[in-house]
Design a protein around this ligand. Sequence first.
Ligand code: ZN
Length: 292
Amino acid sequence: MSDTMSEPLRLIDAHCHVNFHAYAKDADEVIRRSLAKGIGVVNVGTQTATSAKAVELANRYDNVWAVIGQHPIHLFEQQAQDEEEIINCRSEKFNPDYYRRLAKSSPKVVGLGECGLDYYHLPENLPRETVVAAQENLFRAHLDLALGLDLAVMIHCRDAHDETVRILEEYTAKGKHIRGDIHCFTGTWAEAERYLKLGLFVSFTGIVTYPQKKADREAGLEPLVSVAARIPLDRLIVETDAPYLSPAPHRGQRNEPANVEFVANAIAAARGLTPEELAQATLENTKRLFKL
Ligand SMILES: [Zn+2]
């Protein structure tokens, strides 16, 4: 059954986690608040339970979709520290049949992920090579599944751009075209260019609203919002990654999909576009990415 309270779509938060425990008490309110502003929601799974929850939410509302898969930090048991939050990650053995069945259970499943490589969060009790090899296998399993199901791939990459690009190039070289996006992009323009060359979309979070880190400025790195301003307009995506990474002026609070507007507006200002022009472009891109 679909909820009919939503306004016409103006914008889509292409990556958030209203399926997470942080919204155990008010997930419906949070989704309705977003839909009432004409902002669609793509909830993203990180393991079996959060993937199932994303599908359940998507089935209940128009303009809410699900991406399902296993984040690399759920390969091994570990504690991951993100901003000020400590996440206890339980380990799961990836089961492609589970995700294939879940994907086929609903037309609202529009992608596989978030998947990819994360060399920032490595468990301390295991050899690095073991973890890196397992992450690569897990990433390839998602790419293969997405190709088989004709779904988009939502790629997570932390401190592993070279390896991510190498794997994607292997697929492309074999004529296997990956339809996907790099979620929460925080790299340099040169890194962005490599993903653009592979035909991918590049997606930005509220980090574009934060002042540049002193170390990055001193190293002469271009501010992230300026990198976002250089992405071709037909390849740009916006997202919140809620509950994390609240954009200014809500930094430090629990994030939510309605806040994607602050991300879009910051990039619009950097590009000299009106908020409407930027919203329209990213809305079309997100629809193209997920075949909505
Ligand atoms: Zn995420």
